[in-house]
Design a protein. Structure first.
Length: 219
């Protein structure tokens, strides 16, 4: 089944929410219809929260089956809310918008090449993945330029052959290019996905949905 939705009229789902195999972080103001659509599509449990009072939870967090890394600006009550369900830690440093700067699944991560060695080491240890630096479509904000699950990778349509080859080697998965929300190349901004399903922004076309299905390995 194909799922499309938006948050209060905004289709950049990846900016406002962040999903793993079992959980999805959503803004505290998300309505029940939005939450139920995502829970049904991904077969996950929603965790309503904010990060330092902000609703752009997807940009400020990333995660996999081992937990979530969130911006260092998250306050103690917000962090405790997430930790009721799953391990979570602050990402310290100048690139704390984890969702923008980290593209990952349960086995590997591609990160903004400007991240420090200390940050890269923390990402690898906490999330239990091998971490590599690189770009997607020439962009350092790899988390917004791509979407990866445990079954496939979909990335910015201007990704070079070198970048596509690197992604295939890093994640050991099929890699394809595509767009969301009527031609947006920032596929990570308009898509929530795991190995069980996906939700795209409401402006995403049927053709774009087909590319998502093929790239991320849904039957």
């Amino acid at each position: 089944m194909e799922y499309r939705t938006n948050l209060q009229g905004v289709s950049v789902l990846g900016v406002f929410a962040r999903s793993t195999e079992e959980f999805v972080l959503v803004p505290g103001e998300a309505d029940n219809e939005f939450i139920q659509t995502i829970e049904n599509a991904l077969r996950v449990t929603a965790i309503p929260t904010s990060v330092d009072g902000s609703s752009v939870v997807g940009s400020l967090s990333c995660g996999n089956s081992n937990g979530f890394l969130v911006s260092e600006r998250i306050n103690e009550s917000e962090l405790a809310r997430i930790r009721k369900y799953v391990p979570a830690q602050r990402l310290i440093g100048i690139y704390t918008a984890a969702g923008n700067n980290i593209l990952l699944n349960d086995s590997a991560a591609l990160v903004n090449p400007n991240l420090s060695d200390k940050t890269v080491d923390k990402i690898g240890k906490f999330l239990g993945v091998d971490v590599y630096r690189g770009t997607v479509g020439g962009l350092k904000t790899v988390g917004m330029a791509g979407c990866v699950t445990n079954k496939g990778v979909l990335v910015h349509p201007r990704s070079s052959k070198f970048e596509l080859d690197c992604l295939s080697e890093i994640f050991e998965l099929p890699v394809d290019i595509g767009t969301v929300n009527l031609g947006s190349p920032l596929v990570g901004s308009g898509l929530l996905a795991n190995s069980k399903g996906f939700v795209a922004g409401t402006e995403t076309t049927g053709h774009e949905m087909g590319r998502i299905v093929d790239a991320l390995g849904y039957d």
